[in-house]
Design a binder for this molecule. Structure first.
Ligand code: ACO
Length: 382
């Protein structure tokens, strides 16, 4: 019998699975995908290569990468009826909701009803990885009253995504920033959305449901949705000089006020990905005037370090990602869908891992409700 003493809210420190996909040391800011530091991958690899690494377990050979890349390029286009579906979605709907609906529909057009055949699972994984950017870009355009742009097979995943979003090719520097952001978001051990993916996968649900469930989990403001909130927060603050009075006022109104983009269940130092994203931002803004939001973010980090640093609360991945995406011209509510495009690689890697020796998740609960209650017929209830 499970007792109150066994209960850990939020499953803190409770291992939910054995996994070889990634490694995280939150005290030393170490994050490795299949043993390789994320900083190295963000610099040296492209998202396609990292996706293979995460799902297959090792870096691909040149031939493996070329074949995989070719397959992804073939699978980017979506069925015309799926485009019609996206055209019918409410333009003021959130892009994460559109993505959630889109990935479910994708599973109806390109089904993978059972998960017992690894070749079919791999095929569906490639389909999902390839089509997610198309779904995100299609809805982003439709709601602006613009036509959907079909994918271009001569561009890599990051460049093609940018092209489908804006109708023009990115500069090499912009392509690299977007690609590095996808790499940085691709995997992060047993976070809420990855756990969701594994729980859903453990029921032998199809991969579209696995990814759809994870997308729903990622959408929350305590998880992936924090990048949108972090940017809105910078806009609310308005300027570096306002940081301290803004934070003082928030804390006076609510002693437990949560600053968006800082804090993490595992990290007790600055998130390795936040450091890389800040370097990317520094590089992007080296030749131009620094945007006010970036100056405000730097000051917010400084002020928060004094207040929350002693508790081990520092910037997480969402602190600087919004500033970077905004500088690329990406609408705020498309930040989390981009996070989802990247994290799909990690979700799929965990799904594959879960299926090996699968056991359905079925945890316990501490029951706090009544028991043995006598049923009172409706007409006798006061
Ligand atoms: N601002 C101020 N204080 C904070 C913050 C924050 N962002 N995060 C944690 N704390 C404080 C809490 O008030 C609490 O203080 P207490 O011990 O005095 O009560 C203590 O730190 C522990 O906080 P919990 O919320 O219990 O920590 P938990 O591990 O459950 O939550 C979380 C982690 C959800 C990320 C939290 O830090 C948070 O809400 N951060 C803001 C949202 C955010 O940036 N989310 C993105 C996370 S990264 C990702 O998902 C991609």
């Amino acid at each position: 019998m499970t007792t109150e003493a066994d209960y850990k809210p939020g499953l803190e420190d409770v291992p939910a699975a054995k996994s070889a996909v990634s490694f995280l040391d939150g005290k030393k800011a170490v994050l490795e995908y299949r043993g390789i530091p994320v900083e190295v991958l963000a610099k040296e690899s492209c998202f396609e290569e990292v996706s293979w690494l995460l799902i297959k377990g090792d870096l691909p050979t040149q031939k493996q990468l070329a074949d995989f890349d070719h397959d992804l390029r073939q699978k980017r286009a979506i069925h015309f009826r799926l485009k019609d579906l996206i055209r019918c979605m409410p333009p003021d709907g959130h892009p994460m909701d559109a993505l959630h609906a889109g990935v479910s529909a994708l599973g109806m057009f390109y089904p993978c009803p059972t998960v017992s055949d690894p070749a079919k699972n791999w095929d569906a994984s490639c389909r999902i990885l390839a089509a997610l950017p198309t779904l995100v870009a299609a809805f982003a355009r439709v709601r602006r009253g613009e036509e959907i742009i079909d994918p271009r097979p001569d561009l890599d995943l990051a460049a093609n995504f940018y092209y489908m979003l804006f109708g023009k090719e990115p500069s090499p520097a912009t392509r690299k920033v977007l690609d590095a952001c996808l790499v940085l978001h691709a995997e992060h051990t047993m976070n809420a959305s990855t756990f969701t993916a594994r729980v859903t996968g453990s029921t032998l649900a199809n991969p579209y449901h696995v990814i759809g469930a994870a997308i729903g989990s990622l959408s929350g403001p305590l998880h992936g949705g924090a990048n949108e909130e972090a940017l809105r927060q910078l806009e609310e603050i308005g300027a570096p000089d306002n940081v301290k009075p803004w934070l003082d006022a928030k804390r006076a109104a609510d002693a437990k006020y949560k600053v968006m983009g800082i804090g993490h269940r595992v990290y007790k130092v600055k998130d390795a990905r936040a450091t890389v994203l800040q370097e990317i931002a520094e590089h992007m803004f080296a030749e131009t005037a620094r945007p006010k939001n970036y100056e405000t973010a730097l000051e917010l980090e400084r002020v928060c370090a004094g207040i929350y640093g002693p508790k081990g609360i520092y910037p997480n991945v969402d602190f600087y990602s919004g500033v970077v995406y905004q500088a690329l011209g990406i609408p705020t509510d498309v930040f989390t869908p981009i996070f989802a495009i990247g994290r799909t690689a990690g979700w799929l890697a965990h799904w594959n891992e879960q299926l090996v020796g699968n056991r359905i998740f079925r945890p316990e609960q501490i029951s706090t409700g009544k028991t043995g209650v006598k049923y009172v017929p409706l007409e006798q209830r006061a």
